[in-house]
Write a protein that binds this ligand. Structure first.
Ligand code: HEM
Length: 512
């Protein structure tokens, strides 16, 4: 009897002890140990605060730096990532900080970076995502791992490169043409190009991913448009661990509703597509990305077979990855050309030389060298994706540095791309001529200092697609309009997962 009672009492005690032990281990012991090991290698950073790490400091610094607009300067690093700017000044080139109990090692030495990213145990490691990121991005190529990643990567590489890309050019031209017709019909001088480019890039990716079903694809975009800022808001909230498993606020419920809506629309599209294939109504239905994915759904080889959920995740991933980034690139590029009108003229002359008054062709796009320089300089000063984060999968030595397993390696593009030590005194100025000898020339001098599309096996699968679309849109605009920045434009870049203009980009257009 005594023994039985003893067990009854000691079992909850044991569970409580285990819980406390795990809690203290995760939130105190591991951070202390990692801080010690890294500081013994000369890596320092802001002190770890119990449970929250430096998350509250980051949130406060960001609120402060973005509370009002900034002067018209391209030196946006201190505003957009104020915590990194401040800590890199205080603690040196490579620093350790904490997102809750998760260590983040910021590496700002280009030489070290390239070496680190060449190591497979690092370049393949995706960071653990929180519940929100998991819901919004989970499952698709951007966050998948191992065999699933290899399978998805192969399909995406096939869909977005080489010959297939050439065939996509007419669809891009048609979509830009539609946008320009809308501009002409509206007849207004001032336009918020950020809004215009969001519509344009939605249109393009809808056609490429969903082909004939792109009208339905647009509904998904509308929902994604609401979803991303909501997810960014939730990500910036500092919460007690485990809170989300118990409580859901209004925004969490809205996110769930939007995700369910997106899933239903895509599942429905797949069903309709399956029916048309079976009835033989649509011979082209397997040539868009949805068609390629559906082919894999029917693949007899288990190594290549995708489930319906895989297809839904992949379609959503390409919507997110392939639309927001290009609209940002175009918005920042036109803003820069609106300010630096001498470069606008240079680009226009080049477009006239290559295309005259004709629509862009895939062969001509490759000859737009000056425009390529303008695009690179835009990506350097205003990189749409601000950071690359990799989880170190197993303890690895790089030079003198031992990187512990499970540390997140954080590469901040702005920290590297706006650094005067790397780019010279004029690092904060818009000077496309620095790319006149090609990217390789820049990269050779400072390997790892300019990686707008990432590096290694997980490099962006849509980079050629993005550059082609940007060149086509810019060429067609330059053929028809001269533009300047509107007096209503307010310079306020902010991090909303990607680098966004908080109040849009208002430009004044003059028909040619
Ligand atoms: C200006 C436009 C774009 C920029 C700046 C950009 C940037 C990037 C970067 C930096 C990465 C690597 C992320 C990392 O290493 O963690 C990446 C990956 C990726 N991008 Fe892009 N991207 C752009 C356009 C696109 C487009 C148009 C698509 C699709 C059509 C796309 C699809 C992807 C995918 C699927 C990945 C994940 C690849 C993998 O993990 O294997 N991106 N992108």
């Amino acid at each position: 009897m005594v023994t039985f009672l003893g067990v009854l009492i000691s079992l909850p005690c044991f569970i409580l002890f285990l819980y406390l032990f795990t809690f203290v281990h995760k939130f105190w012991w591991v951070p202390m140990r990692i801080t010690h090991v890294m500081s013994s290698q000369g890596i320092r950073g802001p002190p770890y605060s119990f449970i929250y790490g430096n998350a509250k400091d980051i949130s406060n610094m960001m609120k402060k730096s973005t509370s009002s607009p900034m002067d018209m300067s391209h030196y946006i690093f201190p505003r957009v990532q104020p915590h990194l700017d401040s800590w890199l000044h205080v603690y040196g080139k490579n620093i350790l900080y904490w997102q809750g109990p998760q260590p983040q090692l910021v590496v700002k030495e280009p030489r070290l970076l390239k070496e680190i990213m060449s190591i497979r145990e690092i370049s393949m490691g995706r960071q653990d995502m929180g519940t929100i990121s998991n819901k919004v991005f989970g499952g698709g190529l951007v966050f998948s791992q191992g065999d699933k990643w290899a399978k998805q990567r192969k399909l995406a590489t096939h869909a977005f490169n080489g010959e297939r890309l050439k065939n996509i050019v007419p669809a891009m031209v048609e979509s830009v043409d539609m946008m320009l017709k809308r501009w002409k019909d509206a007849g207004t001088k001032e336009k918020d190009v950020y809004e215009e480019f969001k519509t344009l890039t939605s249109e393009v990716i809808s056609r490429i991913v969903f082909g004939s079903s792109y009208e339905e694809g647009k509904q998904i975009f509308q929902k994604q448009g609401v979803l991303i800022p909501l997810a960014a808001k939730q990500l910036s909230k500092t919460r007690i661990p485990g809170y989300k498993m118990i409580f859901k606020d209004k925004d969490d419920l809205e996110i769930d509703k939007l995700l369910a809506g997106i899933r239903d629309t895509i599942t429905n599209m797949i069903r309709i597509r399956e029916n048309t294939i079976v009835s033989g109504d649509d011979s082209n239905s397997m040539t868009d990305y949805l068609g390629i994915l559906l082919n894999s759904y029917h693949d007899v080889d288990e190594n290549y077979k995708l489930s319906i959920q895989d297809i839904v995740d992949e379609c959503r991933t390409f919507y997110i990855a392939g639309h927001g980034t290009i609209s940002l690139l175009l918005s920042w590029a036109t803003l820069l050309l609106g300010f630096h009108t001498e470069w606008q003229e240079t680009a226009r002359e080049e477009v006239r030389e290559v295309f005259g008054n004709q629509n862009p062709s895939s062969e001509g796009i490759a000859r737009l060298k000056k425009m390529g320089m303008i695009i690179n300089e835009t990506l350097r000063l205003y990189p749409p994706t601000l950071s690359t984060i990799r989880k170190v999968l197993k303890e690895t030595r790089v030079g003198d540095l031992v990187l512990l397993a499970n540390i997140n390696l954080h590469i901040s593009r702005l920290a590297l791309q706006q650094d005067m030590g790397i780019w010279g005194e004029d690092a904060h100025l818009f000077k496309p001529e620095r790319f006149s000898e090609g990217i390789a020339n820049v990269i050779n001098k400072h390997p790892g200092a300019f990686l707008p599309f990432g590096y290694g096996p997980r490099i962006c699968v849509g980079s050629n697609f993005a550059i082609d679309e940007a060149k086509i849109a810019l060429s067609m605009i330059l053929q028809r309009y001269r533009f300047t920045v509107s007096p209503n434009y307010v310079h306020a870049p902010i991090q909303l997962i990607t680098l966004c203009p908080k109040y849009g980009v208002q430009l004044m257009f003059q028909p040619l």
